[in-house]
Write a protein that binds this ligand. Structure first.
Ligand code: AHG
Ligand code: MN
Ligand code: MN
Length: 289
C-alpha cells in the first residue's frame, strides 16, 4: 500500500492507482443497470455504484482527506480534516455494454466542495484501454504511468511518459452531443475543425481526451440548443480534465474562459467543455465572442 509518510495528495493518487486493476477486473460482471439514477438523472450501472463505493471506502479512510464527493452520489461525505476529493468513478460507463474504453477521474481540491478548479492541487485519470494507464498532473507536471496488477506506490510504477505535453501540431478532434442539437456558433466552429483534423470520438471523455493529449487536437462536449450548460460535470469531469490538459501545455474553456475560473455553485453543476491545443481553444472562444 502507499507509504504512510507520503503526502495526502500522493496517498489519494496511489489509492486510485492501486484500485484501478481491481475496478477493471470487476467490470465484467456488473454491466447490468442498477435500479437507481445518479444526481444528474442518469441511469446507473451496477459498475458505477460498485466502483463508487469501493473508492469512497478507501479514499475516506485516508489521513488528510476531509471530504469526498462523487458524480454518483447526492451530497458531500464528511471524512474529517484535509483535502476534498471529487471523483467520477467510471467515466463513459455507457461504453461498458459495447466494450469500449472507459476511465476513472479524480480531483484533489484544497477547498470545500463545490470548489473552483483553481483550488485543485492534483488531478488524474485512469484509462481502461487495451492497457490500463494513469495520467497524473501535479505541480504543473504531467506523467503517464502503466498500471500493472501489483500494488505499489505510483512512483514505483513504470512512468512511460514524463513531462507529458500536447504535440504542437493538432491531429484529432472529438465533439459530443448530436449535431442537430449543436448551437449555430458551435456548429460553425466544428465545420471548420472537421475540414482540418481527423475525427476521433469514442463516447468516453477520458478516451477522447487521451487521444488529444497523445496526438494533439481538441475535444469538446459543447453547449446544446436544448442544454446550454452541456452535459459534463464541473467538479468531477471538467475541472480535473482542464487542470490536466492545461498542465500539459494545452488550454481549456467553457466557451468564455478557462474552465478552472468557472464559479462553483452547485456540486453537480454542468458546463460546456472544450480542451486541447491552445490555438484551437482560442479559435473556439473567438467564434463565441
Ligand atoms: P459518465 O459515464 O461518467 O456519465 O460520462 C459520460 C460522458 C463522457 O464520458 C462522454 O464524453 C459523454 O458522456 C458522452 O455523452 P454522449 O453519450 O451524449 O455522447
Ligand atoms: Mn463521466
Ligand atoms: Mn461516470
Amino acid at each position: 500500500m502507499s507509504d504512510p509518510g507520503a503526502d495526502p495528495i500522493s496517498r489519494v493518487l496511489e489509492t486510485v492507482a492501486n484500485a484501478a486493476p481491481e475496478i477493471r477486473s470487476g467490470l465484467a460482471g456488473r454491466r447490468r443497470k442498477a435500479d437507481e439514477q445518479n444526481p444528474s438523472g442518469e441511469t446507473q450501472l451496477a459498475a458505477d455504484v460498485w466502483a463508487d463505493e469501493l473508492l469512497e471506502d478507501r479514499l475516506t479512510a485516508l489521513d488528510g482527506v476531509g471530504q469526498f464527493a462523487s458524480e454518483e452520489r447526492e451530497g458531500v461525505v464528511d471524512a474529517g480534516e484535509g483535502y476534498a476529493v471529487a471523483i467520477d468513478p467510471l467515466d463513459g460507463s455507457s461504453n461498458l455494454k459495447s466494450n469500449n474504453s472507459m476511465g476513472t477521474i479524480v480531483g484533489v481540491y484544497d477547498d470545500d466542495l463545490p470548489a473552483r478548479g483553481r483550488e485543485l492541487v492534483g488531478a488524474a485519470y485512469v484509462l481502461y484501454g487495451p492497457i490500463t494507464t494513469m495520467v497524473v498532473a501535479r505541480d504543473g507536471a504531467v506523467t503517464e504511468y502503466v498500471l500493472e496488477g501489483a500494488d505499489g506506490e505510483l512512483a514505483d510504477r513504470r512512468a512511460v511518459r514524463e513531462d507529458l505535453s500536447l504535440p504542437d501540431e493538432p491531429v484529432v478532434y472529438g465533439f459530443g452531443g448530436r449535431v442537430p442539437d449543436w448551437t449555430d456558433r458551435f456548429a460553425d466552429y466544428a465545420g471548420e475543425i472537421e475540414r482540418e483534423l481527423k475525427l476521433r470520438y469514442g463516447g468516453a471523455m477520458i478516451g477522447d481526451v487521451n487521444q488529444v493529449v497523445t496526438y494533439g487536437g481538441v475535444f469538446g462536449y459543447p453547449e446544446l440548443d436544448s442544454r446550454p450548460e452541456g452535459k459534463l460535470r464541473l467538479q468531477f469531469e471538467a475541472n480535473p480534465i482542464a487542470y490536466i490538459v492545461e498542465s500539459a501545455g494545452g488550454a481549456s474553456s467553457d466557451g468564455s474562459g478557462s474552465i478552472l475560473d468557472a464559479d462553483a455553485d452547485e456540486l453537480h453543476q454542468r458546463t460546456p467543455v472544450y480542451v486541447g491545443n491552445e490555438g484551437l481553444v482560442d479559435r473556439l472562444e473567438s467564434a463565441f465572442e
